[in-house]
Write a protein that binds this ligand. Structure first.
Ligand SMILES: Cc1cc2nc3c(=O)[nH]c(=O)nc-3n(C[C@H](O)[C@H](O)[C@H](O)COP(=O)(O)O)c2cc1C
Length: 408
């Protein structure tokens, strides 16, 4: 088994855990947990934007609910009488050291939920030593992420098959040029899901202003002021592929026309040949698909049901993780996302076999609830919770965490 801490200093010389300043302590008191942040975000953000991020596909978002219930069901047997005075959460992945095995999952248009979210979270990840996956349909460009998060940035590609993938290849080339550490190719959007919440809220392409949208905005004054201050979010990575002067709605329509449908393993294999660094496929739920990814030389698979946003009949992603870990058998890294809301959930995923985890909404709600300081608050919360959960289970390293005994 590879040693996750190869090349790192021994525990006795661990870097000190960053202490919270007064402002950080205040946020810790006010926003101690995911639910508090989500609730506050819900109050501050227009309804269409909250629903866009919180929602799934059909009414009641059954796959989102299933992800949470399955995560809550993961139990770990605690061990006591062990020295846990020096807990080391660091991990090496694809040749890069990270402070913790949790990073920011890719999010499209997070700026509609809170202006500047992409930028705020990329900076927070860079500062805290975490990984940050920037989406093809993020509000910032590939070049911006490369500049503000040089150690943290991974590029997530939504392949665009038109014109023999001219734009897909161009984006990959841009990501390589700015030094993105990892290419993450999302496979689980072969076609557009019918997200009933967004339809009911009018958040569709082509977008049309409705009285209700304006009322929602009027009820969210802080969001409106912040949106005016930062400017309406756009899709900066895609801007160069649309005619000059295109509006955000034109770019969104372009993106929607371009994405999905004809993405096959044969094409992923071609991409594998040209991308020189680590490559991961995202949206893997079936062991046979994990096998395909390994066969064509992917360095990792990201087990994910897209946060319950694609297919209501899909199982919880934590429930399919162990079978995929078993099939991959150490030939590639197994990454995980889906309802990671706290450091405890990170530990649950590691104990279920993941090498590394990502969270989307946990980071998003922190920023939407708090604003600029929400990025650092989220990373500090994960740090504290992961350390205390590891200590409680008698674990001092991430390698040990991966062997933590599950209770079934
Ligand atoms: C608002 C939002 C936008 C998302 N956009 C993307 C995207 O552009 N690309 C992608 O691969 N996944 C996207 N996802 C899925 C996440 O990367 C991730 O798989 C999932 O949300 C993890 O679940 P969690 O939100 O419960 O942590 C998005 C998720 C949310 C909540």
């Amino acid at each position: 088994m590879p040693d996750a801490h190869e090349g790192l200093r021994p525990a006795a010389q661990l870097p000190p855990v960053p202490a919270l300043d007064e402002a950080g302590l205040r946020l810790r008191r006010l926003f101690p947990h995911y639910d508090v942040m989500e609730q506050r975000a819900r109050q501050r953000v227009p309804r269409f934007a909250y629903d866009y991020a919180a929602g799934g596909v059909g009414h009641g978002a059954p796959n989102v609910v299933r992800n949470r219930e399955a995560m809550d069901a993961v139990q770990i047997l605690p061990r006591y009488g062990l020295d846990v005075s020096a807990i080391d959460t660091r991990v090496t992945l694809f040749g890069q050291d990270y402070a913790m095995p949790v990073g920011v999952a890719p999010m499209g248009n997070p700026g509609v939920v809170w202006p500047g979210t992409g930028d705020i979270l990329a900076r927070a990840a860079q500062k805290a030593g975490l990984a940050y996956i920037g989406s093809t349909v993020a509000n910032e460009s590939i070049e911006t992420f490369g500049r503000i998060a040089p150690d943290a940035y991974w590029f997530q590609l939504y392949p665009m098959p038109a014109e023999e993938h001219r734009r897909s290849f161009d984006m990959v080339r841009r990501a390589e040029a700015v030094g993105a550490k990892v290419l993450v190719v999302t496979l689980d959007v072969p076609c557009r899901p019918k997200r009933v919440g967004d339809i009911a809220n009018g958040l569709e392409v082509p977008f049309r202003w409705r009285a209700r949208t304006l009322r929602d905005i009027a009820l969210s004054p802080q969001w409106a002021i912040e949106t005016l201050r930062r400017g309406r979010p756009a899709f900066e990575t895609l801007r160069q592929y649309v005619p000059e002067g295109s509006s955000i709605f034109d770019i969104a329509a372009f993106g929607q026309r371009q994405m999905g449908q004809a993405i096959t393993w044969e094409w992923i294999a071609r991409l594998r040949e040209i991308w020189p660094r680590a490559m991961v496929v995202k949206g893997i739920m079936h062991p046979d698909d994990a096998e395909r990814a390994v066969e064509i030389g992917c360095d990792g698979v990201l087990v994910s049901n897209h946060g319950g946003r694609q297919f209501d009949a899909a199982p919880a992603s934590i429930d399919v993780l162990p079978a995929i870990v078993e099939r991959v058998g150490g030939r590639a890294k197994v990454l995980y996302d889906g309802s990671i809301r706290s450091g405890l959930d990170v530990l649950r995923a590691l104990a279920s076999g993941a090498d590394f985890t990502f969270a989307a909404r946990a980071f998003l709600w922190s920023v939407a609830a708090i604003g600029e300081a929400g990025g650092d608050h989220a990373t500090a919360s994960f740090r504290e919770e992961l350390r205390s959960s590891m200590g409680q289970a008698g674990l001092t390293t991430i390698e040990e965490a991966k062997r933590a005994p599950l209770f079934r």
